[in-house]
Ligand binder design. Structure first.
Ligand SMILES: [Zn+2]
Length: 740
């Protein structure tokens, strides 16, 4: 329905096709912009939706998780494709730890007995659903364990849910918790449960989130049927991603490895994911308080929290083996700047068949490689080197890409112009996360790529969608007036993390989606049949992704002067700092108001013996933090980004040797790294972006300061303000230097 309105709206705006495409391109001269456009038209002409579809079918034909025969076959298939397309391609292999289940038992032992199925049934409507070699349903990096205990329902299992449990006087110490999937990286749920003393954690998919409450279930519709299970990693990735035994170094054959039990990003409790078919009898047996309204799902009974008679037995143990992770690395050397690399990547490993995650994105990447190969055959050569990568072992925790980055970090920091990532892709709207200095590049590309459903630019389509969904008339007006495409900050969840958050390499993550909802994620039903019916019928968004990411790679490979504009970074960081100031101010006011209330009511509550609820405690007042170092650094940065912008415009038209200038531009992001990294997680070096300590996926911008404020750790907040100010000053001085 929404889609239709959007089309009508765009038509009303009298906009049609990218006829509106701009003549100039940032970073190109008038003449080279015309040549680049012609090259891109030839590139587009090589792209075939049918070939994308065939690649998705081939590469998701059998289960292909890391360490499996199917996984190796997919890596070799991709290697051969690159070679056939004329790329200089090879495998780079790392030895990574990858646990697979030997035992999985979950049973309710009281008040009645129920033995969980822990199996997804094959469906005649899905050709690959009955295949052998499917990984069982499990959470990789769960600890080995055999526990029995009272069951407690903890909603999504996030810190705020435990505050609610505490206010209900419920403690999970020595108990087993059951949490809903959703709202965070799944690893946060067992992490917070472990922090509160739970002995085991069960994670289930409630039909309210991605099952029958959302729409028809598979195979009739796209949503999760009662037996579907989301597999997935529960590594505490916010400490560091990658092979847990080799933080900061590549997991090469002879790398020095930690003992598994010492790895700080692995949890100590047993964890298991289940379907809502298996969760139903467990949740139904719970007694105790009725769950708060916002905790209730869509299963047909009254949700209770427990604990009580309902007791479960959870037993899991794993085969902790090193497995080979096969990264496919393909290159086309640059004709003018061979030591300047434009890297493009998508992972190829899956939990089972992974037609959507990751093969839909990998197929688009291969289609780009095929088209670029055709261009090279016509005698064209990129100015800078193109490096196309298919990563292994992303699913367990970004292992393949992280080991490669850690292994080659100094060369990558010298040579990498940009890293362009993709992963799952489907029908819908363009979404981009990344380095804010690349907003101009992304905006121009989004105005040049046509949306296959509406035939307007993907820029216009997103704009119309934002306007349609705007909450207020003001927001709608702003959405319609916005001249640029919003690049969101990067959290985690795919292979860009080590590039930007560890190495400080400018990065983009590109995908289409939003009209491809469903419940197949990490289940046996993420298959070609599901994908071709519900995710991207006709594979037209596969081609849209190839056009979008392909243009990013080709423009960064050919630009005279790289289209980095740090003014948009300055603007964005200024907004973050404003937000931090507001957040602290609000916390100060709400704490003062709360404390006043507690002081005023404290007496009343004390006189009511029936009140079992724990009395709220007054919180420490929120002190005034000194943000001036950051504010002064921003003022300086505003000046230097302007200086650089004018030096930049001069450089475009000088036709001089811009190699050094360009190298300085793409290394600027590294100035935002801090040597010590974030508190308690030094692997994360970037001072502006990191996944939240308690979100896992979701980004925390200016994380060192923001999380200290959220944790009311005022001393650390002040220290981190100094750290961030120093990195902004470093960037300022650096930009001023290259401007001169
Ligand atoms: Zn993925």
């Amino acid at each position: 329905m929404r889609k239709l309105i959007a089309c009508g709206f765009v038509a009303a705006l009298g906009i049609s096709g990218p006829l509106l495409a701009q003549k100039t391109l940032t970073g190109f001269t008038e003449r080279s912009a015309v040549e680049q456009k012609q090259l891109e038209q030839k590139f587009d002409a090589q792209l075939s939706a049918a070939r994308v579809g065939q690649a998705i079918k081939d590469l998701s034909a059998v289960p292909h998780h890391v360490g499996s025969a199917g996984g190796k076959a997919v890596a070799e298939n991709i290697l051969n494709k690159f070679k056939a397309y004329g790329w200089d391609a090879k495998l780079e292999t790392y030895q990574v730890l990858f646990p697979t289940p030997k035992t999985r038992v979950l049973e309710m032992v009281s008040p009645t007995v129920y033995k969980a199925l822990l199996k997804e049934p094959a469906l005649k409507e899905d050709a690959t659903s009955d295949q052998p070699d499917q990984l069982p349903t499990y959470n990789a990096w769960s600890a080995d364990g055999d526990v029995t205990g009272e069951l407690v329902f903890v909603n999504y299992g996030l810190p705020q849910d435990y505050e609610v449990l505490e206010s209900l006087g419920i403690d999970v110490k020595g108990k087993i918790v059951i949490a809903k999937y959703g709202r965070s990286w799944r690893g946060i749920k067992p992490k917070v449960a472990q922090e509160h003393g739970a002995i085991g954690c069960i994670i289930y998919s409630d039909p309210k989130d991605d099952g029958y409450y959302q729409g028809e279930v598979y195979p009739k519709g796209a949503f999760k049927n009662e037996y579907g299970v989301q597999r997935g990693s529960i590594m505490d990735m916010v400490i560091y991603p990658g092979d847990p035994l080799t933080p900061n170094i590549g997991a090469t054959e002879n790398a020095k490895r930690l003992n598994r039990l010492e790895a700080p990003n692995l949890l100590k409790i047993p964890v298991l994911p289940i379907s809502y078919h298996d969760a139903k009898p467990l949740l139904e047996a719970l007694e105790g308080p009725v769950a708060p309204a916002e905790w209730r799902g869509a299963l047909p009974f009254t949700y209770h929290v427990g604990p009580g008679k309902a007791k479960v037995h959870l037993k899991v143990d794993f085969d902790w083996k090193l497995q080979p992770a096969y990264n496919v690395i393909a290159k086309i050397a640059g004709s003018q700047y061979p030591d300047q690399w434009v890297i493009r990547g998508n992972h190829h490993d899956a939990w089972v068949n992974g037609a959507n995650d990751p093969i839909s994105g990998a197929a688009a990447l291969l289609e780009e490689a095929q088209a670029i190969g055709q261009l090279v055959k016509t005698g064209w050569k990129p100015k800078r080197t193109l490096v196309y990568c298919a990563w292994d072992a992303e699913e367990p925790g970004l292992l393949g890409s992280t080991e490669w980055v850690e292994d080659h970090i100094s060369e990558l920091q010298q040579k990498t112009v940009v890293y362009i990532n993709s992963d799952g892709n489907g029908r819908g709207f363009l979404g981009v996360e990344g380095s804010h200095a690349l907003e101009t590049l992304v905006t121009e590309i989004s105005k040049d790529v046509t949306d296959p459903q509406t035939n307007v630019s993907v820029f216009e389509r997103v704009k119309a969608n934002n306007a349609v969904n705007a909450a207020t008339a003001k927001a709608k007006k702003e959405a319609l007036a916005k001249p640029t495409f919003k690049v969101n900050a990067m959290g985690s969840g795919s292979d860009y993390s080590s590039f930007i958050q560890h190495a400080g390499i400018p990065s983009l993550n590109i995908s289409y989606g939003g009209e491809d909802d469903g419940g197949e994620y990490h289940s046996i039903y993420d298959s070609y049949d599901d994908y071709s019916r519900f995710k991207d019928p006709g594979f037209v968004y596969g081609v849209a992704l190839a056009k979008t990411a392909g243009r990013a790679a080709l423009r960064m490979a050919n630009a005279e002067v790289l289209p980095f504009d740090f003014r948009s970074l300055h603007k964005t960081v200024s907004d973050y700092v404003k937000d931090l100031l507001n957040q602290t101010e609000q916390m100060r006011e709400s704490t003062a108001a709360e404390n006043e209330l507690i002081r005023a009511n404290g007496y009343a509550l004390a006189n009511d013996p029936t009140e079992k609820k724990k009395l709220p405690q007054a919180k420490a007042e929120v002190p005034y933090l000194d943000f001036s170092p950051m504010l002064n650094a921003l003022t300086e940065l505003e000046k230097t980004t302007e200086q650089l912008a004018s030096a930049w415009s001069k450089a475009v038209n000088t036709n001089g040797n811009t190699a050094a200038f360009n190298k300085a531009l793409y290394q600027a992001e590294q100035q935002l790294l801090s040597a010590n990294g974030l508190p308690r997680r030094s692997w994360y070096k970037h001072t502006l972006y990191a996944p939240g300590f308690y979100t896992g996926y979701g980004v925390k911008t200016i994380p060192g300061v923001r999380e200290a404020i959220e944790q009311r750790n005022w001393k650390e907040a002040q220290e981190q303000i100094t750290v961030v100010a120093a990195s902004l000053q470093k960037l300022s001085a650096y930009l001023q230097q290259i401007a001169q």
